[in-house]
Design a protein around this ligand. Structure first.
Ligand code: 5GP
Length: 207
């Protein structure tokens, strides 16, 4: 490939790309991401830190780093978080070092964050391409149904998640891609197409 390109040029896939998957609660981000990681071995997951209690099916270090509020605040103070947010009373943040280490090693990274976090990552100035993908359920009705189906939500928590979702939807135009998750397999297939296309995008490396 090199021989066809002028000096300094390449394709994005030669270096790590950050694929940020955001969207309202109930869009199916976690299921889509689990399947993406299974289907494409070049993708790795950016494990966030959170103060939220662990759910029974979650594993420390795989799904999240479950930390105390005190520990989270210390990480934040020390500048170890690329971005952070408070969501429904719990703190969530992206560990800077892990992201930079994986991207610099040429790994493509998948991040599961809420919408403000996605936009913050795009603004954080990391020296790697950041691709913003917004995932939505097929309809409002379906979004409500999916959140209710979790069964872990109190009526107040459900109302709050819907309020947040309405605000998040307004940010769609700031993203690069919109994927509808009506069928898990199809949504994953579409995101894999985006991943492959982004790897082939021509770029002029600045350094
Ligand atoms: P959950 O508690 O359901 O796992 O996550 C709640 C929300 O927090 C989801 O929208 C998820 O994408 C988001 N989230 C998880 N980790 C991070 C993070 O590191 N930063 C930000 N901004 N949001 C996160």
């Amino acid at each position: 490939m090199r021989e066809f390109l002028p000096p300094g040029w390449g394709v994005q896939g030669e270096r790590g790309i950050a694929f940020v998957i955001a969207g309202p609660s109930g869009a199916g981000k976690s299921s889509v991401i689990a399947e993406l990681l299974r289907r494409d071995p070049r993708l790795s997951f950016s494990v966030s830190a959170t103060t939220r209690p662990k759910r029974p099916d979650e594993v420390h270090g795989r799904d999240y780093f479950f930390v105390s509020r005190e520990e989270f605040l210390r990480l934040r103070e020390e500048g170890k978080l690329l971005e952070w947010t408070e969501y429904q009373g719990h703190l969530y943040g992206t560990p800077r070092e892990e992201v930079e280490r994986k991207l610099s090693a040429g790994r493509d990274l998948v991040l599961n964050v809420e919408v403000r976090g996605a936009l913050a990552i795009a603004r954080a100035g990391i020296p790697h391409p950041v691709v913003l993908i917004f995932l939505v359920p097929p309809s409002w009705e379906e979004l409500v149904r999916r959140i209710q189906a979790r069964g872990t939500e109190s009526p107040e928590a459900l109302k709050e998640r819907l309020r947040i979702a309405r605000a998040e939807i307004k940010e769609i135009p700031k993203f690069h891609y919109l994927v509808v998750n009506a069928d898990l397999g199809e949504a994953v297939e579409e995101i894999l197409c985006i991943v492959r296309a982004e790897r082939r995008r021509l770029v002029r490396w600045s350094g």
